[in-house]
Ligand binder design. Structure first.
Ligand code: SER
Length: 344
C-alpha cells in the first residue's frame, strides 16, 4: 500500500513554510511530501515525511513521486513571482505554466489510480488584473473575479492562464474520449493580494515593498520604497493566507460555484504602511524613490478586490484587518524574530 500524503510544491517559499508549520500542528493532517529546487529549510525539515530536491519540470521525478505515494491533495505553490518573471519571461513561462500542467496531469493520473478526486489547491494573484491607467484604478469599485483580466506581466499572464487550465482539467480534460468520465481533478484557486509574513521575506515579487519596509525597520536598516506614497493595493498577512488555502481545501465541493475566488485582507497605501511602521519603530528610516519601472506594474493592479463570492460560498473571513495585522501579528512577531526594541 502506498502512503496517502499531501504534496506541496515550491515548499521552501514563504507560503510553503507557513503551510508546513500549520500541518505539523493539525492532529488530523496527512503526512506531507514536499518538492522544491532548493533543499528544505531545516527549520521545517523535521515536519515533513519526505523532502524531495528537484524540479517540477522533471517528468521522471514526478513519475517516481506518483508511484511512491497516494497523493490526496496538491498545494501547487512553485512559481517565479512577478518581478523575477519580467527578467526571465521564458523561464517563468516554463516554471509557472508547464510546471502547472505537469502537476495537473499528475493529479489526473493519481485520481485514476486511487479512484477519487485529487484536490488541486492553487494560489493565483492580483497580478491577473490589468487596469489601463491610474484614473481607472482610482475610480474602480473593488474588482470582482471577472473584471479587467488583461495582465501586463508574464507572471500575471501565467497565473491567469493557469486558472483557465485548472478549470479545463477539472471539467473538460479528455472531453472527446470515447467513454465519458469525471476527470478527477478538483481544482480550487484563491487569488491572493500581496502577502506579508512576519517570519520570512518574499523574493522577486512586486508587492514586496510592504514586507521589505517592515523587515528593514525591524532590523534598523534604511529602506527606499520603489512605489509612490499614494500607491494602494490589497494585502493579507500570512496566517490569513494559510487559512484561505486550508479553508478552500476543506470546503464541500457542492458549495463551490466557481473554481477561482478572490480573497483579501486590507488595502493600504505605501504611505499608510510607512506610517504604521514608523509608529512601531520610531527610528524607521523610510524614503520614497523617484520614478521606478516597477511602479507601472503596481499601477495596473487593483486598489481593492471583491471577495464576496468566497465569503458566500465557503465562509471566507480574514482574521486580520490592518490594525490587528500590525499590532497583533507583524510587529510582535518581527520584534521576536530580530530581537529588537521598537522604542529605540
Ligand atoms: N506578490 C506577488 C508579486 O508581487 C503578487 O501576487 O509578484
Amino acid at each position: 500500500m502506498r502512503k496517502k500524503v499531501t504534496l506541496i510544491t515550491g515548499a521552501n517559499g514563504e507560503v510553503g513554510h507557513g503551510l508546513i508549520q500549520t500541518f505539523a500542528q493539525l492532529p488530523d493532517a496527512l503526512p506531507v511530501v514536499v518538492i522544491d529546487i532548493r533543499s528544505l529549510d531545516p527549520q521545517v525539515g523535521g515536519m515533513v515525511e519526505d523532502a524531495i530536491i528537484g524540479d517540477i519540470l522533471d517528468m521522471p521525478l514526478l513519475d517516481k513521486l506518483m508511484m511512491e505515494y497516494e497523493i490526496d491533495t496538491i498545494y501547487h505553490l512553485a512559481a517565479l513571482l512577478s518581478t523575477h518573471s519580467e527578467f526571465r519571461p521564458e523561464a517563468a513561462h516554463r516554471v509557472n505554466v508547464q510546471g502547472t500542467i505537469n502537476l495537473l496531469h499528475l493529479a489526473y493520473e493519481q485520481s485514476h489510480w486511487h479512484a477519487h478526486p485529487v484536490k488541486f489547491i492553487f494560489p493565483s494573484s492580483i497580478a491577473v488584473y490589468g487596469l489601463p491607467d491610474v484614473a481607472t484604478k482610482e475610480s474602480a469599485p473593488p474588482l470582482t473575479e471577472d473584471q479587467y483580466l488583461t495582465p501586463t506581466t508574464m507572471y500575471g499572464c501565467n497565473k491567469l492562464y493557469c486558472e483557465h487550465l485548472g478549470r479545463y482539467y477539472s471539467r473538460y480534460y479528455r472531453q472527446l474520449a470515447a467513454a465519458a468520465h469525471a476527470t478527477g481533478v478538483d481544482f480550487r484557486c484563491v487569488r491572493f493580494p500581496g502577502l506579508i509574513s512576519a517570519t520570512t521575506m518574499p523574493t522577486g515579487g512586486t508587492s514586496d515593498y510592504a514586507p521589505e519596509m517592515i523587515h528593514a525597520a525591524a532590523q534598523g536598516k534604511a529602506y527606499e520604497c520603489f512605489v509612490r506614497p499614494d500607491t494602494v493595493i490589497p494585502f493579507m498577512v500570512m496566517p490569513d493566507g494559510i487559512k484561505a488555502l486550508l479553508d478552500i481545501a476543506r470546503a464541500p465541493r457542492e458549495q463551490l460555484t466557481r473554481h477561482v475566488y478572490n480573497v483579501t485582507g486590507f488595502s493600504l497605501s505605501a504611505q499608510e504602511i510607512a506610517h504604521l511602521v514608523r509608529e512601531a519603530f520610531a527610528s524607521a528610516d523610510i524614503a520614497f524613490q523617484g520614478e521606478n519601472k516597477r511602479q507601472a506594474i503596481v499601477d495596473t493592479w487593483p486598489a481593492e478586490i471583491d471577495d464576496s463570492a468566497a465569503r458566500r460560498d465557503w465562509g471566507w473571513r480574514p482574521d486580520y484587518d490592518a490594525p490587528r495585522a500590525f499590532t497583533e501579528y507583524l510587529i510582535p512577531t518581527i520584534q521576536g524574530q530580530y530581537k529588537v526594541d521598537s522604542r529605540q
